[in-house]
Write a protein that binds this ligand. Structure first.
Ligand code: NAD
Ligand code: GLY
Length: 350
């Protein structure tokens, strides 16, 4: 088991490895506990919940991004009130990034903040979303527009949960892992050397701890994304979020892969990176996503990209682009230029 500390205003202890989730009972002994989970995770891990937290109140929400909204948030808060949680109660978010983001937000709002503990059950949530304290719901056609920074006290990343994940969800997690590889040359090397083992659970468990360690360092340096350091974690996300909101159907992690792939061409054409490095990034992406789909009328997604939180003036689009091994550059493109890129790179004449 690996222990990693996220050194923020409210530090988090992250445990990665087999047996991490069994720590739940010991950490929450004699505490009032509220477990938030979704219907799929509940079906699979109902016995785990009753075994580790027999006295907890459990709220099960519908699964999927389309439920990451204010209606579900208030449903959760109503359930917390019915369970008569008090200021010393704890919320355990047991699930993927959707449960984690909403559980974190509910914990930060209820009585102005109760203890939060994340038990991420998807690869994406283990390598990225459960760590760092970003919480959110989507609203008004904008992703994550209502949210808080609220650090979980503990994050327990246990590879046992990955055994029940469908391959498509593993692919989604690989999206965030490959993003991290583009920001950290050691992780990049490790993935290149283990390309054949990319779906192997032992390898994924090892790389999870590496990604968490990388994220913990960045978040420790720029917890609330003020200095600009944390922005790097949004590589591929401007285009990914815009396409996700415009077209739906695929998941967040798949759109991160697609966003990074499209943005690698922009990086190359704008002189941010060499053709060779852009090709290297694309070959990493193709380990997870074999075929990048075409999007009809993709320039309409550019209107969505302008609403992204990273943009500073509402006129330009901020892109976090790969520069060279372990380095990135933020580039601001005018909306017109970005529209042309999107149209060409994701359209039929690509
Ligand atoms: P998700 O939470 O929707 O989970 C994907 C699917 O897997 C769901 O159907 C879920 O029920 C199912 N599932 C979860 N665990 C399972 C298991 N162990 N076995 C079988 N099925 C399981 O999606 P996700 O990809 O985990 O997270 C995506 C969300 O995370 C997006 O909303 C995104 O915006 C957010 N996110 C947040 C941050 C952050 O820093 N807070 C970072 C990245 C992504
Ligand atoms: N996933 C982006 C961040 O945590 O900052």
């Amino acid at each position: 088991m690996q222990h990693i500390q996220v050194k923020t205003s409210m530090p988090s202890d992250v445990c990665c490895g087999a047996g991490a989730a069994d720590r739940l009972s010991e950490i929450l002994k004699e505490k009032e506990v509220f477990v938030l989970t979704d219907e799929n995770v509940y079906r699979l891990y109902q016995d785990f919940i009753s075994r580790t937290l027999p006295n907890a109140s459990v709220k099960v929400i519908a699964a999927g991004e389309k439920h990451k909204n204010r209606r579900t948030l208030f449903e959760i808060i109503d359930a917390m009130m019915s369970a008569r949680l008090h200021r010393n109660s704890w919320l355990v978010a047991l699930g993927g990034g959707v449960v984690g983001d909403m559980g974190g937000l509910a914990a930060s709002l209820y009585m102005r903040g109760i203890g939060a503990l994340q038990v991420p059950t998807t690869l994406l949530a283990q390598v990225d979303s459960s760590v760092g304290g970003k919480t959110a719901i989507d609203h008004g056609g904008v992703k994550n527009v209502i949210g808080t920074f609220y650090q979980p006290r503990y994050v327990l990343c246990d590879p046992m949960f990955l055994k029940t994940l469908p391959p498509r969800e593993i692919k989604c997690g690989l999206g965030e892992i490959i993003k991290t590889a583009a920001l950290d040359s050691n992780i990049y090397e490790k993935i290149c050397q283990n390309a054949q083992r990319i779906y192997d659970l032992d390898f994924l468990s090892e790389i999870t701890a590496d990604c968490v360690r990388f994220k913990a360092k960045i978040v420790g340096e720029d917890e609330t994304e003020k200095s600009g350091k944390r922005k790097c974690l949004n590589m591929g996300h401007t285009t990914g979020h815009a396409l996700e909101l415009r077209y739906g159907r695929r998941s967040h992690g798949e759109y991160v892969l697609i966003g990074m792939w499209l943005e690698s061409f922009i990086a190359e054409e704008e002189g941010v990176c060499t053709h060779e490095y852009a090709e290297n990034i694309r070959s990493l992406i193709s380990l997870a996503e074999k075929k990048i789909p075409l999007f009809k009328d993709a320039e309409s997604a550019a209107e969505v990209a302008v609403l992204d939180k990273k943009n500073e003036d509402g006129k330009c689009v901020s892109l976090i682009l790969p520069k060279t091994y372990g380095e990135y550059k933020e580039l601001f493109l005018s909306i017109d230029k970005y529209k042309k890129y999107l149209d060409r790179l994701s359209g039929a004449e690509r």
